[in-house]
Design a protein around this ligand. Structure first.
Ligand code: GDG
Length: 484
């Protein structure tokens, strides 16, 4: 039994094959693990999640000093729950229907079944009065399902992706049970204020509840219970990443990358999961036209990392084809022997290589059509220890609410996007430094540890910024949570 239970769709470890044929677990690097590890240690926490394959679920186990509990998915559940309801219904719906969401009753049934399994595991692991923190859109029914079994625990929910406006959310045939599932939480956290507002509106419209400021009250046997909705913009382990970027190996590698490109004029960089929300096609379109117009000087290079993602889902296969056709067209039309305008990498890289790329790119292009936060933008900023570089950032990312030093763009406006890229590329050093310094200040002050502590403080009812007792003792300042 544990005082702190994290429920995430994935475990923070990957199964790796040993040389002797056995398996072991390696921590998958990521800000969430970095942020929650100290909390888990201090509170004797446990992390419940899916192991990432359809093999037998690992029972409770320890890996890298973390207590973990695996939840298994059958091949049918992988298809209907994960690839279906999570990735082909909720993901496009919550990202403003950029791709058409598909609604299938069989997928919904699998979503209910799998959420129930996660909830049961959480209820089994939680000590009396424990804190249970449920993460993301894959597990929206878990808060209420846990509450039904364990009314003694405090339940937090954080949505990593946007929560859509009601006109879009209303399309979901199961809108009411989804909102009711979320209302099982004591605190529902979102990336942006607008997401929290959208959720509160869904409470009013889909369930008919009255809201007051950031609070909703639900009737329960024996009285009413209050649920708070607020924004807690997620962040990164800025200090850790800056240190990686400062290391000799990474800096040497950044120089090597630039040398390998021949004698590039400007180096631009894009880093994304290959996902239709990330605006990769809009970015390529703008960049291709800029190369054609020769507005970026001689021999600019765009390094585009597009890490493989959800490869069995049809919309992702189509996107990959479209991206690869466009890259081929740009390179075919404007390349020369020894020079390609786009270096396209459909691969995943270790964290050090990513840091080297962030150092090599003078202009970072982050152009999502919709994105909960976008950590890549913050990672770029954290790596630029010498305060050079420029960030072109879509206004449809959560990060745009925080990074005022970026060149903000509407990625649908190709003309505007082109102008912003040119402006970013031609910023004088003093202005570039001023912009970068402001962004770095924000990212270093509001890092992922502070995000976690402000959420957990709010969940435990402590005033924002209180560092006494509680689950996390790092010094959170005030104003982290942005209630409505
Ligand atoms: C969801 C929301 C929200 C990518 N390729 C490689 C690699 N990455 C890392 C990046 C970054 C992360 O993956 C991607 O984070 P994003 O925030 O950009 O996007 P999503 O994956 O869509 O994440 C998003 C986030 O959750 C957190 O709440 O910001 O809005 O959609 O950290 O660096 N890392 C390595 N190799 C790669 O090839 N090592």
């Amino acid at each position: 039994m544990h005082d702190f239970v994290v429920v995430g769709s994935r475990l923070p470890v990957d199964r790796v094959e040993d040389a002797d044929g056995g398996t072991s677990w390696r921590t998958s690097p990521g800000g969430l693990v970095t942020a929650l590890e100290p909390v888990m240690r201090e509170a004797g926490g446990v992390w419940i999640g899916w192991s990432g394959d359809t093999g037998p679920a690992p029972g409770p186990f320890r890996a890298n000093d973390l207590d973990l509990v695996g939840v298994g998915l059958t091949p049918d559940q992988f298809r209907d729950y994960y690839e279906g309801f999570c990735n082909a219904t909720l993901w496009p719906l919550y990202h403003d229907v950029i791709a058409p969401p598909q609604f299938h009753r069989r997928w919904w049934d699998a979503y209910v079944t799998v959420n129930r399994r996660f909830a049961r595991a959480a209820a089994e692991q939680a000590a009396p009065g424990a804190t249970v923190w449920v993460h993301d859109y894959q597990l929206q029914l878990v808060p209420q399902m846990v509450r039904e079994q364990r009314s003694d625990v405090r339940i937090g929910f954080f949505n990593h992706i946007p929560f859509p406006g009601y006109e879009i959310f209303a399309q979901l045939p199961w809108r009411r049970p989804v909102v009711e599932g979320l209302l099982g939480a004591d605190l529902a956290g979102f990336q942006r204020r607008a997401d929290a507002t959208n959720f509160l509106r869904a409470c009013r419209r889909a369930v008919g509840l009255a809201t007051r400021g950031p609070a909703v009250r639900v009737a329960e046997p024996g009285g009413t219970r209050k649920i708070q909705a607020a924004a807690f913009p997620i962040s990164i382990d800025a200090k850790g990443l800056a240190e990686t970027a400062r290391s000799d190996d990474v800096r040497k590698r950044a120089v090597e990358v630039r040398e390998a490109l021949g004698e590039p004029g400007l180096v631009l960089l894009g880093v994304d999961r290959l996902d239709y929300t990330k605006g990769i096609l809009h970015r390529l379109r703008a960049y291709g036209e800029l190369v054609a117009d020769e507005r970026l000087g001689r021999r600019p290079v765009l390094i585009q990392v597009a890490s493989p993602s959800r490869e069995r889902v049809e919309a992702y296969q189509t996107l990959r084809d479209e991206v690869e056709v466009m890259v081929g067209r740009i390179n075919g039309a404007y390349g020369e022997v020894g020079y390609a305008p786009v270096h396209y990498l459909h691969q995943s890289f270790p964290r050090e290589e990513m840091a080297a790329l962030y150092l090599a790119g003078e202009v970072m292009l982050v152009t999502p059509l919709r994105d909960g936060m976008n950590l890549v933008a913050k990672e770029y900023v954290a790596c630029r220890n010498d305060e050079t570089g420029a960030l072109v950032l879509s206004e449809f990312t959560g990060a745009a609410d925080e990074l005022a030093g970026a060149f903000l763009v509407n990625p649908h406006d190709i003309g505007g996007l082109k102008d912003a890229i040119v402006r970013a590329a031609n910023t004088g050093p003093a202005e570039a430094r001023r912009r970068m310094r402001a962004m770095r200040k924000r990212v270093f002050e509001h890092d992922v540890a502070r995000w976690a502590s402000s959420f957990l403080d709010a969940l435990s009812g402590k005033p924002a910024g209180s560092a006494a007792g509680g689950l996390l003792t790092s010094d959170a300042g005030s104003g982290d949570a942005w209630p409505l």
